[in-house]
Design a protein around this ligand. Structure first.
Ligand code: HEM
Length: 446
């Protein structure tokens, strides 16, 4: 972004704006450019804005890149050495251990849990009367936290979901901001604002994680081991178990990576549905045709193509993970540009997904782009809501199933409208969430 700024002061001002809201800092011209290179305070920064560049850095030469300190420093206090932030042999071994928990053969039983948790949330909504108001971030975060906890750890969170909800909100508000120093790869021991509040949030979070792990260790191994049992039962070549700290870090990583992303996808999807009543009518028509009033089951999901397209298009316009940062381990050539060892590579999926060269009418909400007959036109490296390459999201299929199924269940029974007078502003911090929440008026459908 930086060559656009007249001088160092202007650059620092832009970086400071990015600290408040990363997506607001991208200049308009970025939505047309393919590659941006800048030197800032002696550090080399590249912004990759093309499918070819994404493919090179994330797929064909992925081994030459590691997650950069800007990514890991904000997350380390929460995730330790968990999968989302680890590198090298540790990452590769842990990814192998954990992959079976999210395999396609597991999705059918997971759908039952998603259905049960969704039913519980909607039952509570039903009791609140014909019409009520609420910030949907809350129920969506609680239901997705419950789903991930039951699926991956066999643990019913219940009221502890609130503790986690509050802790993570506090963390994002304080330590979760990407600091300028971190964006440029300066050491993590430098003093930063918000550290103390972030520490308190981690302590709250750790209390619940300890309960989840203790309960898992005490429980007999289920017939199909869940992820927690896979971690606990793991033995290396010398017969050694996984260190307890690492088990904690993996549980934290799955928990965090696996719920808020899905929750905000749902919030943005219902926001967009409210803004596009024609899309809403098509969603209702599909739900009626495929389900005729009954609850969706796993076998129905493939038939709900329009609902799924709404989720895909929501993830294009509002990708919950909106920025990717990598650091070059060695030199490389990306889209004809020489990359020096140590350079920082940034991809904003917010920009890439709204780029004028890769999308027709990029800012328009058009689920039709993702219908099976049009899907071939989507460049798969211009659309990366789940990342791509070896570090692609471990829970991609689960996340899509969960978002589509909960979306269908909610849309079938309730109408959601943004509360009049609400200002909806996307805020790019660790994730892309609505800055002022998503207060909505919820009405039972006849
Ligand atoms: C709509 C929902 C979701 C979205 C948008 C999403 C997005 C992402 C993205 C973009 C990455 C890659 C980050 C990078 O390359 O820097 C990622 C990684 C990851 N996600 Fe998801 N995710 C979702 C749901 C889930 C779920 C349900 C799980 C639970 C299993 C999960 C677990 C993970 C893990 C463990 C990683 C790290 C993988 C690695 O580095 O090897 N995610 N996710």
């Amino acid at each position: 972004m930086l060559s656009f700024f007249r001088d160092t002061r202007a650059t620092l001002r832009a970086l400071s704006k990015a600290r408040d809201n990363m997506i607001a800092a991208w200049p308009k011209s970025f939505y047309r450019r393919e590659f941006i290179e800048e030197n800032i305070l002696g550090r080399r920064l590249y912004i990759i804005n093309s499918p070819a560049g994404v493919q090179r850095v994330f797929v064909t030469n992925a081994a030459n890149y590691r997650k950069s300190p800007s990514n890991t420093a904000t997350l380390k206090p929460l995730l330790g050495n968990g999968l989302f932030v680890s590198e090298g042999e540790l990452w590769s071994r842990q990814r192998k251990v954990m992959t079976p928990a999210t395999g396609a053969n597991r999705l059918a039983p997971y759908a039952e849990i998603i259905g049960a948790c969704g039913r519980e949330m909607l039952g509570e909504w039903q009791e609140r009367g014909t019409t009520f108001e609420c910030d949907v971030n809350e129920p969506f975060t609680l239901v997705t936290a419950e789903v991930i906890s039951q699926i991956m750890f066999g643990y019913r969170l219940g009221a502890q979901g609130w503790t986690l909800y509050e802790a993570f909100k506090d963390y994002q508000a304080s330590a979760g901001r990407v600091h300028i120093a971190e964006m440029l790869g300066f050491p993590t021991w430098m003093p930063r604002p918000g550290r103390l509040a972030g520490k308190r949030a981690v302590e709250k979070f750790d209390g619940v994680l300890a309960d989840i792990i203790r309960a898992g260790r005490e429980r007999a191994e289920p017939a199909t081991p869940d992820l927690l049992h896979m971690l606990v039962a793991y033995r290396d070549a010398e017969g050694k178990a996984m260190p307890p700290d690492l088990v904690r870090d993996e549980v934290a990583s799955i928990f965090l990576a696996g719920h808020e992303t899905t929750a905000i996808t749902l919030a943005w999807a219902f926001y967009l549905l409210d803004q596009h009543r024609d899309v809403e009518a098509r969603v209702h028509a599909e739900l009626e045709k495929v389900l005729g009033g009954r609850e969706p089951r796993f076998e129905d999901i493939d038939q709900l193509v329009y609902c799924r397209a709404v989720i895909d298009e929501t993830l294009r316009l509002f990708p919950p993970v909106h920025v990717f940062s990598r650091q070059a381990i060695g030199p490389d050539e990306v889209c004809g540009h020489q990359i020096r060892k140590g350079s920082f590579m940034t991809v904003s999926s917010w920009v890439l997904h709204r780029h004028e060269l890769w999308w027709e009418k990029p800012n328009k909400f058009r689920p039709e782009r993702f219908l099976p007959e049009n899907a071939a036109k989507v460049n798969r490296f211009a659309y990366i809501p789940f990342g791509t390459g070896p570090r692609v999201c471990l829970g991609k299929h689960l996340g899509l199933l969960e978002a589509t199924m909960l979306f269908a269940m909610i849309a079938q029974r309730f109408q959601l409208r943004v509360k009049p007078g609400t200002s909806v502003e996307p805020l790019g911090r660790m994730t892309l969430r609505p800055r002022w929440g998503m207060p909505m008026v919820i009405t039972r459908r006849a």
